[in-house]
Structures are given as structure tokens and as C-alpha cells.
Design a binder for this molecule. Sequence first.
Ligand SMILES: Cc1cc2nc3c(=O)[nH]c(=O)nc-3n(C[C@H](O)[C@H](O)[C@H](O)COP(=O)(O)OP(=O)(O)OC[C@H]3O[C@@H](n4cnc5c(N)ncnc54)[C@H](O)[C@@H]3O)c2cc1C
Length: 315
Amino acid sequence: MTTETKNYDVLIAGQGAAAFAAGLYTARYQMKSIIVGETFGGETATGGLIENYPGYSEIDGFDLMMKFREQVASYDVPILDDKVSAVKKDSNDFQIETESGEKYIASSVILGIGRERRKLGLQNEDEWTGKGVSFCSTCDAPLHRENIVAIVGGGNAAIEGAVLLSKYASTVYLIYRRNKFTRPEPVNLKLLNDSKNIIQLLDTNVTSLLGDDGLNEISIDKPYNNSTNLNVDGLFIEIGADPRVEIPIQLGINLNEKNEVIVNNEMETNVAGILAAGDLTDASGDLKQTITAAAQGAIAAKSAYTYVSNKNVGG
Ligand SMILES: Cc1cc2nc3c(=O)[nH]c(=O)nc-3n(C[C@H](O)[C@H](O)[C@H](O)COP(=O)(O)OP(=O)(O)OC[C@H]3O[C@@H](n4cnc5c(N)ncnc54)[C@H](O)[C@@H]3O)c2cc1C
């Protein structure tokens, strides 16, 4: 396989479960591999305690990702903290550029770049992230002992988040724009309804974030206790996530109606030589988990190996 500096058999974009698992397998296939990922560990690393990754009855997501990383690094696969900003196909290979200005050439690319959390689109939302606004209840719930907090959303992540927050905060407002939660897991719904300090505000939207140099109040569009303002120490936004499609769109990769990258059972996209794995894809439907992302990374690696081997023999 290739030997020149910065020429790789496979470039793997991402640093989450899909990317690290892919890197482990491409290394074991003796492909010249490189991992380029923006943030170490992806969603798993910030997701808090993991209780459903086989082999561990419980493990912190950050620690699990460290184990993934260390295992890949033991095969001498370079792992770079950088963001892939462009991927272009030339007649034979892929040209990859990163945010820091690095350029690579690779015979194949595995995309494991996951999804971006959705935002409310309100003024100060970005500026006050970390100053009262949070996108990760599992990460930041312990910061709110005896506080009053609100959480926005109506899916499982929001319900789980509200239940978790209720263990720390004195009061939790769970705010959802519809009048019924979206396909909640029965176990979570029971925990929610059993909780004594979660106030459910349905048919309600957050309309503004108020404060001086950080959040201390929100406005809502349906009065609660005759007021459309709530004093809060924190606001958690758990309204879903969208696949990161900038690079897939650059490459002309087919997406489904949810904007997920369409892959076949081999994790192949419609662009030969581009594989995709994990939360970015439609591969596991709604079951977007660390184990499914890792498994898909392994399959993508095998497919990259087959693709590059066939190419090298002129197949
Ligand atoms: C709060 C929360 C709790 C969760 N709890 C669990 C749980 O208990 N058990 C479980 O199995 N799953 C859990 N999950 C789901 C699990 O975290 C995801 O399914 C998993 O992280 C998906 O892995 P991934 O590699 O596909 O994507 P991600 O983990 O999202 O990783 C994507 C990676 O790509 C990087 N990236 C993005 N753009 C670029 C770019 N342009 N160039 C290079 N790199 C880029 C990111 O920085 C990141 O490193 C949880 C998720 C959340 C949000």
C-alpha cells in the first residue's frame, strides 16, 4: 500500500466510537491510516455514565473513549485534533483539507463525524453556553444542586435529562412545544411522572433568554402561575441533533429525508471509496448508540480495505 508522507490508504474523519473502531480495524488490515477528528471522544465522551456497552456494567463515556483511543494508538495510527473542512475526489484519490490548513491524499475516506445538537435559535444562546445554557444535561446536572433549572425538549434525551436534573436541582421545568412527549421509553416516562420536583409545561415554547452576563431568566409563550417569565439558574436544550452533512453534500452523497447519509450493509455510500459509519448515517435507524457506531466503524474499515485492495490491483 502507499508510503509517501501524507498519502494514506484511508483517512478517517471523527474521533468518536465510529472513527476509533474504524481506525482499529484499518490498522489491523495494515492499511496506512490516519484519524482526523475535531473533538476527542464525540458524544460518548460527554454522555456521562454508559451502562449498556457490553463488557462494562458501567463506565464513564470519557473513560470508554480513552480506551478506544489507546487501543488505536497502540497500532501507531496518527490521531490528530483537527476538523476536516473539505473532501474532493480527483480521478484516482480523495484530496482532504483541514481547518488548520493541512492537506492529505487518501485512497478512501471513512466519515464518522456524527451529528450536531439542535439549537433554539435565540439571542445569547451561543454566548451563554457555559454561562447557564447547556446542551448536555448528563455533563452539567451536578452543577445545579438546589438550583432552579429548565430543560427544553420532548424526546427521550429531554425526559432522561429532566429526571437526572431532578436529583440535583430543587425545581425542574420540563418545557415542550407539543402537548404529548415524542415516543418516550416507558421506563423514562414512569420516572418522570413519579418525580416530585419536575413541573411539566406542555404546549409551551421558550421565547427569550434573559440576564446580564449569563442566564438568570427565561420567557415562555404560555403563562405559568400567571407569569410568562421564569427565574432559572440553568437552561438545558435537548431538542435533538442533525447529521453533519457539509462534507457529504460536497461529495454528492445521497441523504435520506432526515438528512442522514444513506449507506448499504457494507457502510458504502453512493460515492465509491467513501464509507460512513455511526450517528451520521441511516444504518441503525433510531438506535444511535456507541455500540452501533463502533460496529459500523468496523464494517466501514473492512469495506475500505476491500475498495483499496481492488483499486491497487486495478479492479
Ligand atoms: C447525552 C447523551 C447520552 C448518551 N448516552 C448513551 C449511552 O448511555 N449508551 C450508548 O450506547 N450511547 C449513548 N449515547 C449515544 C452515543 O453517544 C452516540 O451514538 C455515539 O457517540 C455515536 O458515535 P459517532 O462516532 O457516530 O459520533 P460522535 O460520537 O458524535 O463523534 C463524531 C466525531 O466527529 C467529530 N467531527 C465532527 N465534524 C468533524 C469534521 N468535519 N472533521 C473531523 N471530525 C469531525 C466530532 O468532533 C466527534 O469527534 C448518548 C448520546 C448523548 C448525546
